[in-house]
Ligand binder design. Structure first.
Ligand code: AMP
Ligand code: ZN
Length: 470
C-alpha cells in the first residue's frame, strides 16, 4: 500500500510500527460553529482511509480531537453571553450529527483539549527541563525553535527563510520571545477567559501542544499516520513535530497525510465573500451521502471545487449504485448454474474479480478514491447487464456482496431509505404534472428523464400517472 508522505514528498510503501495495527491521529475541528463543507473533507477522506485499512484486516486505533478552547470559541461565548463550555458542547453535538449523516464513524477516541490540561502541563515542563522551552517574564512559555534541529522538515522551510519572513513583524504581547520563530506553549489568561493553574501563570495552552499530548496519551509516543488539511502543515504540524520529538526523543509520525482544499467558485471559502456552506445547509438540499460521494470523486490531495453540477452528478452516480443494489436484492435467481448461462456467468465472475483488484489497486495507490469509484461503477454496469432472473443464485449473490462490501469500504450506505425515495418520486411526479399543465413539455420530459435515472418508469393512465421501479 502506497501513501504520499508530506515529510518525504514521495509515495512510500506503508509499513506499520506494529504488524497488523494502524495508529492514526487526525486533527479535528475547532468547535465554535457548525462545521463547513471544507472541514467535512478530511473527515470523509480519513474515515475512508480507516475503513480501507480495516478491510485489509488491520486493527485501526483512530483518534481525532475537538479543539474546545480557542479565541474564536471565547469570542462567540462573549457575544452570546454564555460560557465557552456551552458553545463548544453545543457544536460538538451538532458536529456529531453531521458526521452521522455523512456516515463518518465515531473515532476510537474523541479527546477534548480542556480535558487534557494535565498532560499538557507535563509535556511543557519536560520541554522546559530539556532546554527546548523557556518562560518569559509575563509567564508565557515559548518553544525554543532553534533548539530543535529538525524544525522545518515537514513544510520544507529552512530557519533562515522563516527568519527573513518574520524580520519586520513585531507582535505586541510577544516581546518576551527570544526569536520570532518561537511559538507559544502556554499563555497568561485575559480578563473573562477560561484559565487553568500552572507553575508559570494562570492561563491556557497554545493550540499546537494539545495534539502532541493527545496523540501521545491515546496512541503512544510514536504513531503511524498523522493527518489533516494542507493548511495545517505549517505551522501546526511542524510545531507538533518539534514538541513531540523534542519531548519524547523519538520520531513522532511515520506518515504525514494532507488533504487539499475544498474551494467554492475556485476561491477559498470565506464568510465575507458569501461563498461559504455549512454541512447543515447542504443537508437541507441533499442527503449527506451525496456530499460524501462527491468528496470521493476527486483525489484527496488535489484542490477540489464545490459546485451544484458536481453535486448533481454525485447524486445521480449514487442513485445508480443504490438502484442496482435494489434490483439485485429483488432478483431470486435459479439454483445451480443459470440455464445456458454458465459461460456468461464464468466470464462475468472473472470480470468481477478483476474489478475488485482494480478497486484495491486504486485504493493502494495513495487512496485514489476517484478510480476506486469508477471500478465500482463498472461492477454496477456488469450487474445491470448480466444479472437477470435466469442467472444463478450464486452469481447474483457474488455480485451483490462485492458491490455492497466495496461500497461499505467507501462509507456508502447501499440500503435506500424507501420512505424518502417514495416522497421524492411523488414530488417529482407532481412537478411534472404542473409542467404539463403549463405546457412546459421540455421540463416535463426532463423530469421523466430524472426519474428514469432513478430507476422509476412512469405510465400515463386514465386514472392519472402510475409509477414503478425497473
Ligand atoms: P479547523 O477547525 O479550521 O482547525 O479545521 C478542521 C480541519 O478542516 C483541518 O484539518 C483543516 O485543515 C480542514 N479544513 C478547513 N478548511 C478546509 C477546506 N476549505 N478544505 C479542506 N479542508 C479544510
Ligand atoms: Zn492538531
Amino acid at each position: 500500500m502506497k501513501i504520499f508522505n508530506t515529510l518525504s514528498r514521495r509515495k512510500e510503501e506503508f509499513a506499520p510500527l506494529e504488524p497488523g495495527e494502524v495508529k492514526m491521529y487526525v486533527c479535528g475541528p475547532t468547535v465554535y460553529n457548525f462545521i463547513h463543507i471544507g472541514n467535512a473533507r478530511p473527515m470523509i477522506i480519513f474515515d475512508t482511509v480507516r475503513r480501507y485499512f480495516e478491510y485489509k484486516g488491520y486493527k485501526v486505533n483512530y483518534v481525532t480531537n475537538f479543539t474546545d478552547v480557542d479565541d474564536k470559541i471565547i469570542k462567540k461565548a462573549i457575544e452570546e453571553g454564555v460560557d465557552a463550555d456551552t458553545v463548544s458542547k453545543r457544536y460538538i453535538e451538532e458536529c456529531k450529527k453531521d458526521m452521522e449523516g455523512m456516515n463518518v464513524r465515531p473515532a476510537t477516541k474523541h479527546p477534548l483539549a480542556t480535558q487534557e490540561i494535565d498532560g499538557m502541563l507535563e509535556m511543557i515542563q519536560t520541554l522546559i527541563d530539556k532546554g527546548h522551552a523557556y518562560v518569559a517574564r509575563d509567564g508565557t512559555v515559548y518553544f525554543r525553535v532553534k533548539s530543535f534541529p529538525g524544525y522545518g522538515k515537514l513544510s520544507h522551510k529552512n530557519l533562515e527563510e522563516l527568519q527573513s519572513g518574520f524580520r519586520e513583524i513585531k507582535v505586541t504581547g510577544e516581546e518576551g520571545k527570544e526569536d520570532p520563530n518561537d511559538f507559544v506553549l502556554w499563555k497568561p489568561k485575559k480578563e473573562g477567559e477560561p484559565f487553568w493553574e500552572s507553575p508559570w501563570c494562570e492561563g491556557r495552552p497554545g493550540w499546537h501542544i494539545e495534539c502532541s499530548v493527545m496523540a501521545k496519551r491515546y496512541l503512544g509516543e510514536q504513531i503511524d499516520i498523522h493527518a489533516g488539511g494542507e493548511d495545517l502543515i505549517f505551522p501546526h504540524h511542524e510545531n507538533e513535530i518539534a514538541q513531540s520529538e523534542a519531548a519524547n526523543e523519538k520520531p513522532f509520525a511515520t506518515y504525514w497525510m494532507h488533504n487539499g482544499f475544498l474551494n467554492i467558485d475556485n476561491k477559498k471559502m470565506s464568510k465575507s465573500a458569501g461563498n461559504f456552506f455549512t454541512v447543515r445547509e447542504i443537508s437541507e438540499k441533499y442527503d449527506l451521502q451525496v456530499l460524501r460521494f462527491f468528496m470521493l470523486s476527486a483525489h484527496y490531495r488535489s484542490p477540489f471545487n464545490f459546485s451544484d453540477e458536481l453535486m448533481e452528478a454525485s447524486k445521480n452516480g449514487l442513485e445508480r449504485i443504490l438502484t442496482a443494489v435494489e434490483r439485485l436484492d429483488g432478483l431470486k435467481g435459479k439454483e445451480g448454474p443459470g440455464v445456458g448461462l454458465l459461460q456468461e456467468e464464468t466470464k462475468g465472475a472473472a470480470l468481477l474479480k478483476r474489478l475488485v483488484e482494480k478497486f484495491e489497486a486504486a485504493m493502494e495507490d495513495d487512496f485514489n478514491t476517484a478510480d476506486a469509484v469508477s471500478a465500482l461503477f463498472e461492477m454496477v454496469k456488469l450487474a445491470n447487464t448480466t444479472a437477470t432472473e435466469s442467472s444463478s443464485k450464486a452469481y447474483i449473490s457474488r455480485l451483490t456482496q462485492e458491490i455492497k462490501n466495496l461500497s461499505n469500504v467507501l462509507g456508502i450506505i447501499t440500503e435506500r431509505k424507501t420512505q424518502d425515495l417514495d416522497q421524492e418520486v411523488e414530488e417529482l411526479i407532481e412537478k411534472r404534472r404542473q409542467a404539463r399543465m403549463a405546457k412546459d413539455f421540455a421540463l416535463a420530459d426532463e423530469i421523466r428523464g430524472r426519474l428514469l435515472a432513478m430507476g422509476i418508469v412512469l405510465e400515463d393512465t386514465r386514472e392519472g400517472v402510475k409509477w414503478k421501479r425497473v
